[in-house]
Design a protein around this ligand. Structure first.
Ligand SMILES: Nc1ncnc2c1ncn2[C@@H]1O[C@H](COP(=O)(O)OP(=O)(O)OP(=O)(O)O)[C@@H](O)[C@H]1O
Ligand SMILES: [Mg+2]
Length: 329
């Protein structure tokens, strides 16, 4: 196992949350440290990980704790005068505080909650419910902005995973969010709509070296499989059929995770080995360059106007986010 930031994206209802939650359970069962992040429009990851309604409702919303997140991450970075001038793409630099998967820190204290799964606990963080305003294009208050800031300040170490359940909507393209992952799994049902979301994502991702693989979901039989193969080609990684295990969980009677249907657990293993293999092409310099690219773009299109500051000056030209800049806690 290696360290990985993994996103599940796709059209509404395709099964992002279901497959994210199964993948998270799979990692937890292997004993891997996992941060699970719900950045989906419909906030269902908590329940999919077994929380009841009351527990899910008590999860702290990252979107409501942005000032705390910004203040912590800013640290003593002299290029960032105040949390108010920090936007979702403000990159870390000398003096910034970085996040590690395994440590405790004020951001996790405020925003993460442990969820017990078969095999171990994971940390769950949620953006909080989306409103109409969140779905606008470049908005300053974007809920996923909190996630993007955290990802841009996160140095994941060996054998650690961050799994994000998110929508494939415009929100992730307005910023650099879609470039923040070592592996993006696009969940697609064997339908024209499912496939068209894939094409659109692929188009956006093309220029940014995003590693994208399609996970077919709710695939029933050869005709479904042929359809996805024909439409998606080699990007089709694996398919998942209807799962009675998932259905039982949705009824509030989750079976033990080791009782998941064999073909579906084989699919999860394929996801993990494929994600792990993508680690070989991780490039911290490119990762940092891309966050700067999106920051400058946001600064110019709305950030400077919104904050009244020259946000390009926040970029620390010598800084590269990487494991070695963060001494183990
Ligand atoms: N492989 C599967 N087997 C059985 N049920 C499934 C499977 N995949 C998804 N479902 C069911 O389909 C519904 C939609 O799935 P899910 O909530 O994971 O999709 P989503 O893409 O996260 O949707 P949303 O856009 O609403 O967040 C859920 O009721 C889920 O339990
Ligand atoms: Mg969902």
């Amino acid at each position: 196992m290696v360290n990985m930031k993994i996103a599940f994206v796709g059209k509404g209802g395709s099964g992002k949350t279901t497959l994210s939650s199964l993948f998270i359970r799979h990692l937890a069962a292997l004993g891997a440290p996992v941060i699970a992040v719900d950045a989906d429009i419909n906030q269902h990851l908590g329940p999919a990980l077994g929380l009841d309604d009351e527990q899910a409702a008590e999860l702290p919303a990252m979107g409501a704790r942005l000032p705390l997140i910004k203040d912590y991450l800013r640290g003593s970075n002299p290029r960032i005068a105040s949390a108010d001038t920090m936007i979702k793409t403000t990159p870390p630099g000398e003096g910034s505080r970085l996040l590690r998967v395994r440590e405790n820190n004020p951001v996790y204290d405020a925003c993460a909650r442990p969820v017990e799964l078969d095999g171990g606990a994971v940390r769950l963080m949620v953006t909080g419910p989306f409103t109409e305003a969140d779905l606008g294009v470049s908005c300053y208050h974007s809920k996923t902005g909190a996630v993007e800031l955290c990802l841009n300040h996160l140095v994941d170490g060996r054998d650690e995973y961050v799994v994000v359940d998110m929508t494939a909507g415009s929100d992730s393209f307005a910023s650099g969010m879609f470039t923040r992952f070592d592996m993006t799994f696009l969940v697609a049902e064997p339908t024209r709509k499912g496939v068209s979301v894939y094409r659109q994502y692929k188009e956006y991702a093309r220029d940014f070296g995003v590693t994208l693989k399609v996970v077919g979901n709710k695939v029933q039989g050869q005709d479904d499989l042929d359809f996805l193969r024909a439409e998606v080609g080699d990007d089709l990684l694996v398919t998942v059929g209807h799962s009675d295990w998932v259905r039982a969980m949705e009824k509030g009677r989750p079976p033990r995770f080791d009782l998941l249907e064999e073909p579906n657990s084989a699919a999860l293993q394929t996801l993990r080995s494929t994600a792990d293999a993508a680690y070989a092409v991780r490039d911290w310099e490119r990762y940092t360059r891309q966050m700067v690219h999106f920051h400058l773009k946001n600064a110019q299109s709305w950030g400077n106007a919104k904050t009244g500051a020259d946000l390009a000056a926040q970029v620390d030209p010598a800084f590269v986010l990487r494991e070695s800049v963060a001494a183990p806690a």
